[in-house]
Design a binder for this molecule. Structure first.
Ligand SMILES: NC(=O)c1ccc[n+]([C@@H]2O[C@H](COP(=O)([O-])OP(=O)(O)OC[C@H]3O[C@@H](n4cnc5c(N)ncnc54)[C@H](OP(=O)(O)O)[C@@H]3O)[C@@H](O)[C@H]2O)c1
Length: 342
């Protein structure tokens, strides 16, 4: 069933997943299309962003954001068309970036909604390189990474929307950039298309040695997106005064217990102490939301000049969203995953 003018299809959280989400985690429901009241606008979602943080919202473990309740619409960033509006600054036909969720229609009072005008170029990019993942990359690198020309930057999750942007900005800022990605195809893309100096396949045998060879001067900035075994290989290669923006730990999002093996906490803390490293976690909108205009100006400029390449994986149909999301967590995504609803 495709998008209709009278019906709202929506995915609600059916149960909290234990480990990897399954086809039972989300349930497709239909209802009459909602109407916007006074001071509200009706949005028709055209593109839905799929992002790793959604796994966290499915869980009720303590986090920086409230979980989605059972039976509630799954949250998500969207690009939408304004259908009707009683909100100042928005009129029918405008394209907006909103938090419309996994559904066809959403009602909004305009809070947090960005108006892109009637005919924005590449509207879905506002969910990727020019939106939340792009801001995450730019702010994490520039505000926590404190890059200096000639330094070595290592980026995990290098072919994904955040990692790809981090590495390309690193190159623009004069760094030597080494990516870490899963498989030869993604690594070839990272070097040949994105312009990283090297890329190491963490799934290949001998990964820790290959990483060591790729960073002859050690690592000054490690942009952490994945955690787990990748971080274990990075830790001994970090230089004195290294900076680690801790952005994400996707290898752990489906974990149900701590990993097996010896306790490495003292190794980690001892390394931080001896090498006087800075390790700082961040949540993009809490910490750096106020920098959005500066980001949009700088990264928007680089994108329009063709200095930052952006790869998008567009998947047609709302009904595809749950499987596409599970695939994202499993490493199937190659670029930014977006669901096209309209
Ligand atoms: N702190 C914040 O405010 C903030 C904001 C946005 C995103 N993030 C985080 O940033 C990270 C990247 O986000 P993104 O949107 O660009 O997603 P992404 O990189 O597209 O995430 C999916 C990729 O993660 C990699 N991956 C999955 N399981 C892995 C594992 N066990 N070990 C190593 N890599 C694994 C896979 O790449 P390979 O095929 O290469 O393995 C997969 O394609 C995520 O951790 C996300 O949660 C944080």
């Amino acid at each position: 069933m495709s998008q209709s003018e009278t019906v709202n299809r929506k995915f609600v959280l059916a149960e909290r997943p234990k480990g990897v989400p399954t086809e039972k985690t989300l349930r497709l429901e239909t209802e009459d299309r909602p109407e916007a009241g006074a001071g509200q606008m009706l949005l028709r979602n055209e593109f839905l962003s799929l992002d790793p943080y959604m796994r966290g919202r499915m869980s009720d473990a303590p986090s920086y954001a409230v979980p989605v309740e059972i039976g509630e619409v799954m949250v998500g960033g969207t690009v939408a068309e304004v259908v009707t509006s009683d909100v100042k600054g928005f009129e029918a036909g405008d394209r907006v970036v909103a938090f419309g969720g996994w559904q066809d229609y959403a009602v909004s009072d305009g809070t947090g909604v960005i108006n892109m005008g009637k005919e924005p170029e590449n509207p879905s990019w506002a969910l990727g390189v020019l939106g939340m993942p792009g801001l995450t990359a730019w702010a994490g690198l520039t505000q926590i990474g404190e890059p200096k020309e000639g330094e070595t930057l290592v980026v995990a999750g290098a072919s994904g929307p955040v990692g790809a942007t981090v590495g390309q900005i690193g190159k623009i800022l004069g760094l030597r950039v080494v990516g870490i990605a899963g498989g030869p195809e993604k690594c070839a893309h990272v070097v040949k298309t994105l312009g990283f100096d090297a890329c190491v396949d963490y799934k290949a045998e001998g990964f820790p040695d290959a990483l060591k060879t790729a960073v002859p001067d050690g690592i000054d900035i490690y942009f952490e997106n994945v955690g787990g075994a990748v971080f274990d290989a990075v830790l001994p290669l970090l230089n004195t005064s290294a900076r680690i923006p801790v952005c994400g730990l996707i290898s752990q999002y489906n974990a149900t217990s701590l990993p097996e093996g010896p306790d490495r906490l003292n190794l980690l803390l001892g390394t931080i102490l001896r090498k006087r490293m800075t390790v700082r976690g961040f949540i993009v909108f809490n910490d750096f939301g106020h920098l959005y205009p500066e980001f949009a100006h700088q990264v928007g400029g680089w994108v329009s000049e063709g200095r930052i390449h952006y790869r998008e994986e567009m998947i047609e149909g709302l009904e595809q969203a749950p499987a596409a999301f599970i695939g994202l967590l499993n490493g199937e995504a190659f670029g930014k995953r977006v669901i096209k609803l309209g």
